[in-house]
Design a protein around this ligand. Structure first.
Ligand SMILES: [Zn+2]
Length: 248
């Protein structure tokens, strides 16, 4: 009997056969577990994953920044949808707006839709998640390629043109980040990092910097320093005087 021969090799004669078998099985245990895990892996993998996630949550709980990011990635697309459902389709930029905005924003000027006389929202929510953003763009809001302006359409109006430059910057940021979900996530994180101060949000700082850059470029094109008797306004501390209206 081969088993008996084997046992006689492993066991001293004074040992009981059952003890010898158990000793041998114990030696083979790691191999047996390995084979069992291998065979049962398809069933065990999900359990292993969930245990790993629980472990991670326990040891590295989500930071506040992650929480804000998650909220933003859900809330911005949901709010964009809500805004779109409340308004008719937006209109394209007019020829004059495109002419002056194109040098800075390229083909975005052909891709954006604008709603004038828009009803802006102060409710930012998705399902049961709500967020109070404090002061947001108070006269205009951008949801990537959809811009909502509270004002009526005013052809050639320079303040409206500057507002469009600001909101187009948000469209640009949205594309650079790969779409509205990512933009929502990063915008809300930046808002949180700015101690929930709208004006200190890096995305808003960038949009304001773009506004100033736009005003400078516009002035070079329309010669702001040479008013020819037209009425000029001083625009937002940039020390540049823009005409109220540009006429073609
Ligand atoms: Zn803004």
């Amino acid at each position: 009997m081969p088993v008996l021969i084997q046992l006689s090799v492993w066991c001293k004669p004074k040992h009981l056969a059952i003890i010898c078998v158990m000793k041998k099985l114990f030696q083979l245990l790691p191999l047996a577990i390995f084979i069992a895990v291998l065979v049962a892996w398809p069933a065990l993998a999900p359990l292993f994953d969930s245990a790993q996630r629980t472990f991670q949550r326990f040891w590295s709980p989500a930071t506040d920044t992650q929480v804000w990011g998650d909220a933003g990635s859900a809330i911005l697309p949901a709010t964009a949808q809500m805004m779109a459902s409340r308004h008719p389709p937006g209109q394209a930029l007019d020829a004059l707006q495109k002419k002056y905005l194109r040098p800075m924003f390229g083909d975005l000027v052909d891709r954006v839709q604008v709603n004038y006389n828009a009803k802006l929202t102060d409710r930012w929510s998705s399902g049961d998640r709500k967020i109070h953003l404090g002061v947001v763009d108070s006269t205009a809001q951008a949801f990537c390629d959809r811009i909502y302006l509270q004002a009526s359409y005013q052809p050639g109006d320079t303040i409206q043109l500057v507002a469009l430059a600001h909101e187009l910057t948000h469209f640009q940021q949205c594309l650079q980040l790969g779409g509205i979900q990512n933009f929502g996530s990063r915008y809300f994180q930046a808002y949180y990092r700015a101690n929930q101060k709208y004006a200190d949000n890096q995305f808003e700082k960038e949009a304001r910097a773009k506004e100033r850059q736009f005003i400078t470029t516009l002035c070079q094109q329309i010669n702001c320093q040479n008013p020819h008797g037209r009425y000029y306004i001083n625009y937002r501390g940039t020390n540049t005087k823009l005409p109220i209206r540009i006429q073609e």
